[in-house]
Design a protein around this ligand. Structure first.
Ligand code: HSE
Length: 411
């Protein structure tokens, strides 16, 4: 059986190298006499690369070759990844992808195309790098009603936060290190601003709750506004700051979904201690209760590990369809994150701290104040409150300017 890889970047080249390194074992597990990498599609040239001879520039070479049964899409981004993946499925080839943007935006369409063409579209590598979570969520936990998925879904930002907090490393240097290690997206803004975590949350939510969730339906905040003061306040509360994505089923059948930095209590939550490039994904089911998946969420070989596993799965099931499916989404399915009832941490500038405390207690009865770290600043944690109402109230408090608002995680 022949294979093709679309995109020879960090993940694509890792996939080629892993296929070569464990060739015999991979073919045996795929129950094939051989699994031969025949083409690598890229617009660049790779002089001296061991796979140089396989590089083609025209997708037509792959589409027109009936021996190519499985195609790994590792280009990233929406275009031309979507057009190529769709064309491969329509040509009856199975497609595996590490591309979270592709799955988060076009997953429903591609799964439909796979179904119509009796092929498979698999994407284990799109969430959590090398962590097995897509299959466990959709197969091993299939007996459960899932009420919640939450997790640290971006390795780059977790690496940056860890370096900033544990080593007092400046943000820019930590980001550079993450880029050098192959963790960051081509545009690291996607990591830092939370978009990458948002796309992964969309995929998990679609699998957990059964309908497509689109990135624009998920309130998304990044880590750029965090300061060392926030980390120090969090520490005093016994918390670590983590960029978390969370999707939750509401009693009325809708869900809420949000991505943002949150305070995670060290004494209560496994997620608080997840450092460096590691990700952790918590899934709450009515039969199983909480399960947590942990591992390297980014990097060449952890991600290639999941891509190759999908290739093996496709090769083993050429005539069968793997069960990955969800229904089309819609605006009525996702409630605004502002409807969530949560505890909030707030750091604000204030002119007169005594007057500010009184005003805050009027708006947020039971709020707990933190020992401030400088004049003209106030920090507090609210009792559970409606997210949107609290933000609205903070926007209208005379003499108080909120600089950072973060949820306190209760999982
Ligand atoms: N940039 C992503 C991350 C890569 O840091 O998690 C893996 O999806």
């Amino acid at each position: 059986m022949d294979l093709a890889i679309l995109g020879y970047g960090v993940v694509g080249s890792g996939t080629a190298r892993l296929l070569e390194k464990n060739r015999a074992r991979i073919a045996e597990r795929a129950m094939q006499a051989s699994l031969r990498l025949k083409y690598i599609l890229d617009i660049r040239e790779f002089p001296g690369d061991p796979f140089e001879a396989l590089v083609v520039r025209d997708i037509g070479a792959i589409l027109g070759d009936p021996d190519v049964a499985v195609v790994a899409e590792t280009i990233g981004g929406l275009h031309p990844a979507f057009e190529y993946a769709l064309a491969c499925l329509r040509a009856g080839k199975s497609v595996v992808s590490s591309n979270k943007e592709l799955v988060a935006v076009k997953g429903y369409e591609l799964l439909q195309a796979a179904k119509e063409n009796n092929a498979n579209f698999l994407f284990e590598a799109s969430v959590g790098g090398g962590i097995p979570v897509i299959r466990p969520l959709s197969q091993c936990l299939a007996a459960n009603e899932i009420s919640e998925v939450a997790g640290i879904l971006n390795g780059t930002t977790n690496f940056i936060l860890t370096r900033m907090i544990e080593d007092a490393m400046p943000f820019d240097r930590a980001l550079r290190m993450a880029q050098e290690r192959g963790y960051a997206e081509r545009d690291p803004g996607a990591d830092v601003e939370g978009h990458d975590a948002c796309r992964k949350l969309c995929i998990l939510a679609a699998l957990a709750f059964g309908r497509h969730v689109y990135p624009e339906q998920v309130r998304t905040e990044g880590i750029a506004g965090l300061t060392p003061e926030d980390a120090a306040y969090a520490d005093k509360l016994g918390c670590n700051i983590k960029l978390l994505g969370r999707g939750k089923r509401l009693p009325d059948g809708r869900i809420t979904a949000a991505v943002g930095p949150m305070l995670v209590p060290r004494a209560k939550s496994l997620l608080a201690c997840v450092s460096d490039v590691y990700n952790a994904i918590l899934i709450r089911g009515d039969a199983v209760d909480d399960v947590v998946f942990y591992g390297k969420g980014a990097g060449q070989f952890p991600t290639a590990s999941a891509v190759v596993a999908d290739i093996i799965d496709c090769a083993r099931h050429m005539d069968k369809r793997r069960f990955f499916e969800w229904e089309q989404g819609g605006p009525e399915f996702v409630a605004p994150a502002e409807e969530d009832v949560v505890k909030l941490y707030v750091r604000a500038d204030c002119e007169d701290s005594l007057a500010a405390q009184k005003a805050i207690l009027r708006a947020f009865p039971g709020a707990a104040f933190l020992e401030t770290q400088g004049a003209g600043e106030i920090a507090f944690v609210t009792m559970p409150t409606r997210d949107g109402g609290a933000r609205e109230a903070l926007g209208h408090m005379p003499g108080i300017e909120a600089r950072m608002i973060m949820r306190v995680a209760e999982f």
